[in-house]
Design a protein around this ligand. Structure first.
Ligand code: ACO
Length: 374
């Protein structure tokens, strides 16, 4: 009998590199240019904000002022975590639990408390999407508060997703310029074409499963160190290296030992990730402002060394690590923060998948035993 590769193209495409699995209008990567619905990431980072980007990704156009106002109102009226949900969240373990594992569980639990979780109408699905986008940051800050034995803080309805995340995480009103930096980070991380987690969300929704299940799949994919988990690993690496003097030889040794340097390389960008360039500038300014400039200096030296030794360029995760570190955010929350932003892109992909669906069902080339008998 013919095998899968004999029936199809003849070669196994490990990692699906270069495979075009769907059409999309959400975001594009062409050479070193990233756009969301036609707007470059540089333009959006400078002139937009997270809420506007959410609308852009979901509607394929920028909002009119009243539409943005409505979205902000919808987010405001959904941002607080329900008392019943908080009660249950306080009972699940946090000790020695990775925040991404907790977040995966928390989002799944949230679905059990959402009466529209199984909605299939556009209105019902939008309501679920608003709840997930509003609450993702609140879940992450709740995790931090619960594990530190502190009370969960109520978000302020009039404020943005970025402001409320920093406020409820730290328990004090954040500085305006830090809110702006964090909001820009949310804009930069919102979507990225058919990345591993967006693909995971689309695979799950292609079976016509519900939004919560699709988002939980995406969180699981983002958690891994080859994807969103790399930002946390970058900061751990910088701390392990410890000083500027040791950085070059540490990196050379790691490369000689065939180790991967976290925050470098990309499946699609071969001439540099445009988000990394924006984040490098943010990292330089912020680390210096906070008196932590040595982290940027060390990052820059690592960047130069990896480029000269291996020809690899930094990706979004490399300089975001020092930006978050300078803001005093706990290192293991960096990947959950990625989810606080990327929820917007996942939802856009889930909607797009529902609107033009065919179930994902590739083939696997069988390489196991044959003709055995028991
Ligand atoms: N450090 C050292 N070598 C690397 C790195 C790296 N960061 N990235 C790739 N390489 C090398 C590989 O070892 C391989 O070398 P070889 O041909 O000699 O075996 C070659 O470059 C190709 O690498 P692959 O892993 O096959 O590339 P792939 O496209 O499958 O993976 C990925 C891309 C996962 C991003 C990879 O570059 C990597 O593991 N980087 C480190 C983790 C990371 O930063 N992930 C975040 C990516 S951005 C995001 O998802 C948000």
């Amino acid at each position: 009998m013919a095998s899968a590769t004999e029936i199809y193209s003849g070669a196994v495409d490990k990692g699906l590199e270069g495979v075009v699995a769907c059409t999309t209008k959400i975001s594009s990567i062409i050479d070193a240019t990233l756009t969301y619905a036609g707007y470059t990431i540089e333009d959006l980072a400078e002139h937009s904000n997270f809420e506007e980007v959410v609308f852009l990704l979901w509607n394929n156009r920028l909002p009119k002022p009243n539409e943005l106002e409505q979205l902000r109102k919808d987010i405001a009226s959904n941002i607080k975590l329900e008392t019943e949900l908080v009660k249950v969240l306080k009972t699940i373990p946090t000790k020695n639990i990775h925040p991404m594992a907790w977040l995966r569980t928390a989002v799944s639990l949230m679905g059990l408390y959402d009466s529209q979780a199984e909605a299939t109408t556009p209105e019902g699905r939008r309501a679920v999407a608003i709840r997930l986008t509003s609450k993702m940051g609140q879940l992450v800050s709740a995790f931090e508060r619960i594990r530190m034995g502190k009370e969960i803080i109520e978000p302020v309805k009039e404020k943005s997703v970025a402001w409320n995340f920093l406020y409820t995480l730290k328990g004090k009103e954040p500085e305006t310029d830090l809110v702006k930096i964090f909001d820009t980070c949310l804009v930069l991380h919102a979507d990225h074409e058919l990345n591993c987690s967006a693909f995971a969300s689309r695979v799950t929704s292609s079976s016509l499963s519900d939004i919560y299940s699709s988002v939980v799949s995406a969180i699981g994919a983002l958690k891994g160190p080859l994807h969103g988990g790399a930002n946390e690993q970058v900061m751990l690496m910088l701390k392990k290296i410890g000083s500027l003097e040791k950085a070059k030889s540490w990196i050379k040794d790691a490369l000689d030992n065939k180790e991967k340097i976290m925050g470098f390389g990309h499946r699609v960008y071969k001439n540099g990730d445009p988000r990394a360039k924006i984040l490098a500038t943010m990292s330089e300014k912020l680390t210096k402002k906070m008196g932590e400039g040595h982290w940027y200096e060390m990052s820059k030296l690592i960047d130069d060394t990896v480029q000269s030794e291996k020809g690899l360029l930094p990706n979004v995760d490399f300089y975001s690590a020092t930006v978050y570190y300078s803001m005093g955010i706990p290192i293991d929350l960096y990947t959950p923060i990625f989810a606080v932003s990327r929820i917007s892109g996942w939802l856009a992909h889930i909607f797009e998948q529902y609107s033009n669906n065919r179930i994902y069902r590739p083939r696997g080339e069988y390489t196991g035993n044959r003709n055995l008998k028991r």
